[in-house]
Design a binder for this molecule. Structure first.
Ligand SMILES: O=P(O)(O)OC[C@@]1(O)O[C@H](CO)[C@@H](O)[C@@H]1O
Ligand SMILES: [Mg+2]
Length: 911
């Protein structure tokens, strides 16, 4: 057994004969202890190697003089880490051994107070607790004793006790304890110890018969709700105007407002206040007053740049809120995810399967977006149909590959009947759809009469699109698409044919037939001049392509000469300076023909792989053509063979288990919740806004599976808050106007809109639009970068979200690995690879770690108040837009189907 740590004051044994006890650490005691124990800020400001020497005689047992390089690793000491009279050095975990850190103060003074309050509550309200839970006196005493022991073990810095429970969860904890290098409360990472304490607290109940479901923080959480109901009514009134379809600018303003509401709601954490109620209106006034009395110093004057160099950048403006990313961009990114994101299915065309260029990228778009496209499409199509070039046969009503071929067929037969030769140039573009230049397209749309709002709509349709490629079991990360129109959409093909609608102008002497992007340029050849004239047209086509940023691929363009003569005239046609492949009287000729009559006329054998009969007479619908079109266009035998095969493959397939699918079926936004009461209310408002504005379709709320850090939300708390909103009768007269209470008009604050919100949220819960998930990972001590290792299923579930919002300080600590990283480290780097999906973190600062600050800001704020990171008066909203590519593996999906789709997959019913 280790000896008590000197320098850590031991509180008196708290319980004497079960009578109510005096709680050490009353506000006055705390104020006293704050003064004595935290006099200087954490170690950050020098960059030199430092030597920490023993300064405090209390620390004799642990006297040592460890050397470590600033920002570098500790030199391992065999004895337990010494208590050092310093703040947390940079890059090290927050830990109770740094005596000037908030971690030390929390373990020494704050958490004992929290535990003492539980003991106090059990003594004071024992009778009620027993009857409400059907528990016995013995249950109560056993639990109380466990809390007393926990507190004593903490303040005497013992080793963690293993769990006595025999559940899988407790077993995991025991393995974790076993693997800790340092099992002492103060010597291990602060967050580990805190999580252990809250888990061990729970075990005290689990080991009883009657207190299995007892939540020792429930009363405090309910009071926390009541305390801020007035504020909820005010926010609910504002929400009324936020949930209806709104203009871009208003949506932006509303979104930012809601983010800020969510941020400052994180002040309602009862852990920082040691269980005392937090009234946010009062807290805001106090914080403002504090800032007024003790403002941060003015920013340093801009440094002069080097001689002749650029002037140094101006110091960043001061503000208690650091927003690392434009919030409106965040919302746009999210919204575009639903409307403008496509999962690309690469469809093999021909040639090597290892060659990316041999695949056609077909976009699978959101069904809502397609419905919307259909509405716009029908109207635009009707308005522009008279402008379509008669040479185009793709994607147009009444035209098809058949109408295209018939025209060529007639021309060929007429010409050949008259004894003439016909040269046909078949062209091929590289990535025609993907190269469409948006600016040129907009100009062309304008020229055909699309202007004003409609033109702006098309501009918006084109910009900010993103795509991700799904291949087998892999899904790539999202990339922005700077050009092109989506293949697989309705509007994309329409835009494409409008883009090339003026191509006819290139052809002065020859004829043209187009199907989508494939052209046949043909001419009757009776003389050399005819061939030269055709070549001139090809030259003009070349220039047109350059101007319009289209790329013809001469290697895939070819010439066919149709003639009955044994020795027809031959001309070396060129495109982009390259000679084209000429096909006549060679064996490949038969593969270019799908027409009996032509083959017969040309004296070649009939094509064996005849295409399946086309449904002549049936109108080609744009959707159908968009889907099948490109494969259907020039019916070459290779293609026809492939089509036949694809038709077979079209046979109804068994729908795979949704958990095995790579493409999520709904746009889900995840909130990893923190505190209940007003903070949860704010989260619900944000979620409601995102759903109502159709930015996302579902919101998954991740809550705790046990009472946690006093005010963290459990499923029970979640339902309590939603029902308490639904049933609230709050009403209060409040004076409005500059001088509160003096002469201002009297206004009644009522819960009408709050009740409506509550009803809607209950409905969302019933419909599965809001889902509550209580994964046990959130109450393990693991930092989030280790989630993949410890809970790959949860990591995978998170990967299906369009973004994950992590709320609060503890989540932030877990995101950053509870390490005191350099405050200017970027948010993405600080996440250390934990990017299951784009991550947003919203947190009021209540622990000494932060990232993403502009250079100099940390020093500036610390100069004004060295404890600024402990108060919750400052906040950050940070965003990492990256998300790891989703990979489907063999891991069991467990409740994935249910939580995401509300269906039970037959494959997983037995899990
Ligand atoms: O996660 P939350 O609710 O924002 O804050 C939890 C919290 O109060 O608990 C820890 C101290 O015990 C601090 O890191 C943090 O301030
Ligand atoms: Mg909390």
């Amino acid at each position: 057994m280790s000896s008590p740590v000197k320098g850590v004051s031991l509180p008196q044994s708290p319980v004497k004969g079960g009578t109510p006890i005096k709680v050490p650490g009353t506000p006055a005691d705390l104020a006293q202890s704050k003064k004595s124990s935290r006099t200087s800020s954490p170690t950050r400001s020098t960059g030199e190697a430092q030597r920490f020497v023993h300064q405090n005689s209390d620390d004799e047992d642990y006297y040592t003089t460890p050397d470590f390089i600033y920002g570098g690793p500790f030199i391992t000491v065999n004895r337990p880490s010494p208590f050092l009279d310093t703040g947390t050095p940079m890059n090290l975990p927050l830990q109770g051994t740094f005596k000037k850190s908030f971690a030390y103060f929390s373990l020494k003074d704050r958490i004992p107070v929290i535990l003492t309050k539980i003991i106090d509550y059990l003594s004071r309200d024992g009778a009620n607790i027993k009857s409400a839970n059907g528990a016995s006196e013995e249950d109560l005493n056993n639990f109380m004793q466990s809390v007393v022991k926990l507190k004593n073990d903490l303040v005497t810095n013992k080793d963690y006790d293993p769990f006595t429970l025999d559940t899988p969860n407790a077993k995991k904890w025991n393995i974790w304890i076993e693997n800790q290098d340092n099992k002492k409360y103060f010597n291990n990472t602060w967050m580990f110890t805190e999580c252990y304490l809250y888990r061990k607290l729970r075990e005290g109940c689990e080991l009883t018969k009657g207190l299995q479901n007892f939540d020792y923080f429930e009363e405090q959480k309910k009071s926390a709700f009541d305390n801020n109901v007035e504020l909820m009514c005010i926010v609910a009134d504002k929400m009324v105007n936020m949930v209806h379809k709104s203009e871009k600018d208003k949506r932006k303003a509303d979104f930012v407002t809601l983010l800020k509401i969510c941020l400052w709601a994180n002040k309602c954490d009862l852990s920082l206040s040691l269980g005392s109620q937090v009234n946010l209106i009062q807290a805001a006034k106090d914080a403002t007053e504090k800032l007024r009395l003790n403002p941060p110093p003015p920013p340093p004057p801009p440094k002069k740049g080097k001689k002749g160099g650029k002037p140094a950048k101006e110091a960043a403006p001061q503000a208690p809120l650091v927003i690392s990313h434009d919030p409106f961009q965040m919302i746009l990114d999210l919204k575009d995810k639903i409307w403008k994101s496509a999962y690309i299915t690469p469809v093999h065309k021909k040639g090597s399967k290892n060659e990316v260029a041999n695949y056609r990228p077909i976009s699978k778009l959101c069904i809502l977006a397609k419905v919307f496209e259909r509405i716009v499409y029908d109207q635009v199509y009707a308005a522009v149909r008279s402008s379509f070039s008669p040479t185009q046969h793709g994607f147009l009503k009444g035209r098809s590959t058949v109408s295209n071929l018939i025209l060529l067929n007639d021309y060929l037969t007429d010409s050949m009947d008259g004894g003439a030769q016909v040269d046909v140039i078949y062209t091929d573009y590289s990535k025609a759809f993907d190269r469409i230049d948006h600016n040129i397209l907009k100009t062309k749309l304008y020229r055909i009469g699309i202007c004003g709002d409609l033109l702006r709509w098309f501009a918006s349709y084109l910009e900010n699109r993103s795509q991700s490629v799904v291949v087998n079991n892999y899904i790539s990360s999202w990339v922005k698409i700077p050009s092109g129109v989506p293949q697989g959409s309705l509007i994309g093909p329409l835009l494409f044919i409008l883009y090339v609608n003026d191509i006819d102008l290139c052809f002065h002497s020859s004829n043209l037939l187009i199907f989508a992007d494939d052209m046949k340029i043909y001419s009757k050849i009776t003389s050399v001049e005819d061939m030269l004239a055709l070549q001139d047209d090809l030259k003009r086509l070349d220039e047109y392509c350059q101007l319009n940023k289209l790329d013809l691929n001469p290697a895939k363009c070819s010439v066919i000469t149709f003639s009955r003569k044994r020795f027809p005239m031959i001309h070396p046609y060129e495109l982009k300076g390259q000679g084209l492949v000429f096909t006549f009287q060679n064996t490949t000729f038969k593969f270019k023909c799908s027409c009996h009559r032509l083959a017969t006329l040309a004296g070649v054998p009939l094509c064996k792989q005849e295409a399946p009969p086309t449904e002549e007479g049936k109108e080609a619908t744009p959707e159908k053509e968009a889907k099948e079109g490109k494969d259907k266009k020039e019916a070459t035998p290779e293609k026809e063979g492939k089509e036949g095969k694809e038709k077979k493959e079209d046979a109804p397939k068994q729908i795979p288990c949704p958990a095995k699918m790579t493409v999520p079926q709904a746009v889900m936004f995840d909130i990893v919740c923190d505190n209940t009461g007003y903070e949860l209310f704010a989260d619900l408002c944000l979620a409601h806004f995102l759903v109502a504005q159709k930015i996302v379709q579902k919101v998954r709320f991740h809550v705790k599976d046990m009472p946690w850090f006093i005010s963290d939300v459990t499923e029970k708390d979640f339902r309590y808050v939603v029902n308490a909103c639904t049933n609230s009768n709050f009403s209060k007269e409040a004076s409005s106007g500059a001088t509160e209470g003096e002469g201002g008009a009297v206004k009644v604050i009522k819960a009408d809109n709050l009740r409506t919100l509550g009803q809607q949220w209950n409905q969302y819960l019933t419909d599965g639009v809001f889902q509550i998930m209580a994964e046990e990972y959130w109450t393990y001590p693991h930092v989030y970068r280790d989630m993949k290792k410890y809970d790959p299923n949860l990591y995978r579930k998170l990967q299906y979200a369009v973004a994950i919002l992590f709320k609060g300080d503890l989540n932030y600590r877990k995101l950053l690995g509870d390490r005191n990283c350099n405050p200017t480290t970027g948010f993405e780097a600080a996440l250390q690879g934990f990017i299951p999906a784009p991550i947003i973190a919203i947190r009021t600062v209540k622990a000494e770690l932060i990232c993403g600050l502009p250079k100099g800001r940390w020093d500036q704020l610390t100069a004004a108040d060295e404890k600024w990171m402990q108060t919750g008066d400052y906040g950050v909203i940070q965003y990492c837009p990256k998300g790891e590519a989703l990979k489907v593996s063999d891991r069991p999906c467990m409740d994935y189907c249910q939580t995401c789709f509300g269906v039970i997959c037959p494959e997983h019913t037995d899990i």
